[in-house]
Design a protein around this ligand. Structure first.
Ligand code: SAM
Ligand code: SF4
Length: 469
């Protein structure tokens, strides 16, 4: 399992012949010799990053070896994102760069959301692609690869309605400090702008015991921080007879020996219930950070978006989180320029930023997506106007964040150290509330350890501190 074999570019080229099916020859030859290699590039969100870890695990368990460049690979895979038009364009332009690869004997595969969204269309737009596979079908990858090995030129895995998505024999983890675990797949919400329900399919939760088993496994590997993932992670509904509520699952994960930090993302405001706040308050191992996308500060726009809450209901959730004794940072996502968003609606979102004073924000220009209800909405906003609104929004948030960071000078935080700068004695890490801090320390080796850091200054490059020994 996971044996590594070298197969050089020269030997791959030597075996390649420019005819249909050549790619299959190469992979089957390489597999026979135990030397097939893969290159995997990931676009998009943390869920895609983690899916890629699972895909890499599947391939490694079949004897493939991961390589750093597409040129060195017999199998080139792109795990794609289609959340916005730009993300999708990026994938097609990347695929364009590899149009000659198939004739050079390499197999090109498209995975993830764009694969699911475009399906067989990808073969038309990029005929040099041999494999198209959505996230729900990754367990079938060995089978699909076998089909390629036996001479099929075009194979697809495009089912979405499967709950076989969670368990993989091995997951090759890229992040040495934080282990990701998907606990809920797909989405049953129907936000008018969003492709996720189409690309990732209906909501499927993973049995609590299966989640806890993997947490015990990663703790055994030495991970002390885990992050539970889902498009709407807090809509988790344990399918097993235990029916463990999400808040109890957080507590149970925190209780696993060796675990020191439990994160979760992304939370949907409608399903953010008081028991989650109570769990964060009661258990310091549950990180005091909630990513709670609001999308707009205007109830009228929220209704158009089908977000299922009003501005006031969102503010009630924020008040509930802020009423806890343990201070919790709140970050958000905003979309500007949704069809029909007036200047007054936009002003309401700006005023929401003033009211909430988020600790962090991702803001996006609305991007029309295939298969979404918003596609047919009238009153589109001009691209220049969207850009203007985005710039105004980002500038406002920059001021808010700078002011918030100033108030942290003089405080001490616990960090999990995850970076070492080339400059001597300079390190970086994350707080439980998910702030990144740069700090100085005279210690020689800190990576992967927890340290106390006293914040000494806040500047344009973030927070600076000193290691408190
Ligand atoms: N499930 C999460 C939620 O409910 O907020 C978000 C998932 S999505 C991968 C991440 C973010 O992308 C969303 O919060 C939204 O702000 C943004 N997004 C989704 N569709 C978009 C679109 N069509 N145009 C612009 N931004 C979009
Ligand atoms: Fe998309 Fe809405 Fe589902 Fe989030 S909750 S994934 S924005 S449909």
């Amino acid at each position: 399992m996971g044996q590594s074999f070298d197969i050089s570019l020269e030997s791959l080229r030597a075996r390649s012949v420019a005819r249909p099916g050549a790619a299959a020859d190469i992979v089957s030859a390489a597999s026979r010799d135990g030397g097939a290699t893969f290159f995997l590039e990931t676009f998009g969100c943390q869920m895609n990053d983690h899916d890629s870890e699972k895909v890499a695990g599947v391939l490694l368990s079949r004897g493939y070896r991961q390589v750093e460049t597409p040129d060195a690979a017999s199998l080139i895979l792109y795990n794609t994102c289609s959340i916005r038009e730009k993300a999708a364009q990026k994938v097609f332009s990347r695929l364009g760069e590899y149009r000659t690869k198939q004739s050079e004997g390499q197999i090109i595969g498209v995975l993830g959301c764009l694969a699911q969204q475009e399906g067989q269309e990808i073969f038309k737009r990029a005929p040099w692609v041999s494999l198209v596979c959505g996230s729900a079908s990754y367990r079938k990858l060995p089978e699909l690869l076998e089909q390629l090995e036996t001479g099929n030129h075009r194979v697809t895995g495009l089912d979405t309605d499967t709950d076989e998505t969670f368990e993989t024999e091995i997951t090759r983890r890229d992040n040495p400090w934080r282990a990701y675990l998907t606990i809920i797949e797909g989405c049953d919400k129907a936000c008018a702008y969003c492709v996720v329900p189409y690309t990732r399919g209906p909501e499927r939760s993973r049995a609590s015991e299966s989640v806890l088993k993997e947490v015990r496994q990663v703790a055994g590997l030495g991970y002390s921080e885990v992050q539970l993932l889902g498009q709407t992670v807090n809509s988790y509904a344990d399918p097993s007879s235990r029916q463990m509520p999400f808040a109890d699952l957080l507590l149970a994960v925190a209780d696993v020996p060796g675990i020191r930090r439990v994160r979760f993302t992304t939370s949907h405001p409608r399903d953010f219930t008081p028991d989650i706040v109570a769990a964060i308050e009661a258990e310091p191992k549950i990180c005091n950070h909630v990513h709670l996308p609001v999308q707009s500060g205007s109830t009228r726009v929220l209704q158009g978006m089908q977000r299922t809450y009003t501005r006031d209901e969102y503010l009630d959730k924020v008040a509930m989180i802020r009423s806890a004794k343990r201070p919790t940072s709140i970050t958000t996502d905003i979309i500007v320029g949704f069809p029909g968003e007036t200047e007054a609606d936009f002003e309401e979102t700006l005023s929401l930023l003033d009211v909430v004073r988020f600790d962090g924000m991702f803001a996006f220009k609305y991007s029309p997506r295939p298969n979404t209800p918003a596609l047919s909405m009238r009153d589109p906003i001009a691209e220049e106007e969207k850009s203007r609104r985005l710039a105004v929004m980002l500038e406002k948030q920059r001021h808010i964040q700078a002011a918030r960071q100033e108030t942290l000078v003089g405080e001490t935080f616990e960090l999990l150290v995850s970076g070492k700068s080339r400059r001597e004695n300079q390190w970086s890490g994350h707080t439980s509330c998910h702030r990144v801090l740069n700090f100085t320390s005279q210690e020689r080796e800190l990576l992967g350890t927890y340290v106390q850091v006293h914040i000494t200054s806040a500047g344009p490059n973030g927070l600076m501190g000193e290691h408190v020994t």
